[in-house]
Structures are given as C-alpha cells and as structure tokens.
Design a protein around this ligand. Structure first.
Ligand code: AMP
Length: 286
C-alpha cells in the first residue's frame, strides 16, 4: 500500500494507474475508520475498480467555530492497518498546509441540496465538504468515487457537484453500516460513553419505528417524521435537531402521501452530534 502526502504525489500515482488502463476507485474519509468506511472499498472493487485509493484528512473548513475539529478522533496507525487489510492500494494523507496553502481562496458552493437540514444547522459545512472533495478528486483523479448514505445530504451535495462541474466521476452511494443494535456506525460514536451510548439508539429506533408504520400502510410523510421525532423526544439524554421527510433525490420536503421518502434525523446525545436516515419505498425499505 502506497502512502502519498502531497497533491503532486497523489496525482502521480493516479496518472500512472490511468496510463496502465486501470480503473481508479476512491473513497475519502476523515479517519478513525470503522466497518462503514471499509464497506466503501469493497463496493469499489465490486464495481470493477482495480486501483483503489483512500484518503484520510480531517478537513478544517467543514467544521464550524466551536465544533469538534481539534478533538475529532485520530488514529493513523490503526487506520492504515485497516486499509491494508481491506486491500486498498494507496492512501492519500495530506497535511492541512498541503491542502490549503497560504492564499488559498477558492471554494465550491453547491446551492439547493446544501440548504436546510445539516446545511442550516452547520452554516458553511457543505461549502467545506464540496471544496475538499473537489480538491481530493483533483488529486486522486478517480473514475469512480464511493460515499456512504449515512451522510445522505452530503452524498446529494457531492452528486450535484460532480454533475454540475463535469467531473466525469461516477458517484456511488453505499448503504449504511450499523452496529448489531442498530446504531449507525460513526467515528463520533467514540464520544458516547455508558448511558449516552444506550440513549443514542433513539435515532435508529425512531427510524425503524417509522419503517414499521410505513410497512403497515402509513404513507403520510409528516406522520412518519413525527414517529421519529417522538422517539427522540422520549429520550431525556437526547436533544432533537431535526427529523424530516424529504424526497430521496432532490431532498425537497415531501408533505403529501408518497410511496418513496427519506426520513433524516439529527440529534445531540451527550457530547456527540449524531445523524441517521432511512429511505422507505413501496416494495420494501432500501
Ligand atoms: P467520514 O470519515 O465520517 O467523513 O466518512 C467517510 C465516508 O464514509 C463518507 O462517505 C461517509 O458517508 C462514509 N460512512 C461513514 N459512516 C458510515 C456508515 N455507518 N455506513 C456507510 N458509510 C459510512
């Protein structure tokens, strides 16, 4: 597994693979890896990528003031062992100064899908995400890139950016990987201790409750979102940020009965801010 630390080194690796006719698959991360991250590399191989690259970069521009940039969990050694085990061919590990040299002033702003939900609660977050992913794409030059549906709005932002800016990269969405008790895997789950870890289950419990209602015939998106909301409100250690019903493609709010809807939830549990979602559709939940 090759370790590359500058945009030039990463581009050199990618260009050499492209000259060999290889199909480059890429999935960026902020490290502190878990099985959800690892699933992205499996998906890329399944989709025919024969040169698979990861990146680990805790991106300062997607964190707001007072957010957890400094204390975001970092464990490079363990991450590299996991990526090696997952059969990843190259890992891009730029430093902040490599990514944002003095005088760096260009940002990518994706209108529409960046609005509302996490975009409203974390102003500037998706601008930071779109900018760093554009830069990572320009370094890794992939044919295919994989992102988790766990960060559903982020996936929509990246799809819109790749389309609007003609990146020519196929964007894959990967299903949410969960702990055996239902909690969506997240690096931020490290912040959950004891009773907070138990309380965190209210997000997935709310989504699964809405899923059962949907299967039993409930099609009113507001009733489905309400089911999620009341589950979170019933948990004293959790504080709800939002629980909303949105169109899975456009993320536009859906208010009338529908056979296909994504429920998105965000809540704070102790020191952690957690997000989760589920897409419900007739014929079975995704
Ligand atoms: P992060 O390191 O949190 O920035 O995540 C890097 C990538 O892994 C993003 O595309 C995430 O959506 C994806 N990811 C994170 N958690 C999960 C999960 N539980 N299941 C699937 N993908 C995930």
């Amino acid at each position: 597994m090759e370790l590359l630390r500058t945009p030039g080194a990463m581009q050199g690796w990618a260009d050499a693979r492209r000259r060999e006719g290889r199909r480059i698959g890429f999935a960026p991360t902020m490290g502190c890896l878990h099985a959800g991250h690892v699933s992205l590399y499996g998906l890329l191989r399944e989709r025919g990528c024969d040169a698979v690259a990861a990146s680990i970069f805790v991106n300062p521009t997607q964190f707001g003031p007072g957010e957890d940039f400094e204390k975001y969990p970092r464990d490079e050694e363990r991450d590299l062992a996991m990526l090696g085990e997952a059969g990843v061919d190259a890992v891009y590990l730029p430093g902040v100064a490599d990514m944002y040299p003095e005088g760096s002033r260009t940002f990518v702003e994706v209108d529409g899908v960046s609005r509302g939900l996490c975009g409203e609660i974390r102003p500037g977050h998706f601008r930071g995400v779109a900018t760093v992913v554009a830069k990572l794409f320009n370094a890794a030059r992939p044919h295919v890139a994989a992102f988790g549906e766990k960060d559903f709005q982020q996936l929509a932002v990246i799809r819109a950016m790749a389309r609007d800016l003609d990146f020519g990269i196929e964007i894959l969405g990967a299903p949410i990987v969960r702990e055996s008790d239902g909690l969506a895997m997240s690096s931020r789950n490290k912040y959950l201790e004891g009773p907070d870890r138990v309380a965190a289950l209210c997000l997935s419990r709310g989504l699964f409750r809405a899923e059962r209602l949907f299967r039993a015939g409930e099609r009113d998106p507001l009733a489905l979102a309400d089911a999620v909301r009341s589950e979170i409100r019933g948990e004293p250690r959790a504080s709800l940020e939002y629980a909303e019903a949105r169109d899975p493609e456009t993320l536009i709010p859906v208010t009338s009965p529908t056979g296909r809807v994504t429920l998105l939830v965000a809540a704070r549990v102790g020191p952690a801010r957690l997000i989760d979602n589920i897409t419900l559709q007739e014929g079975g939940a995704q």
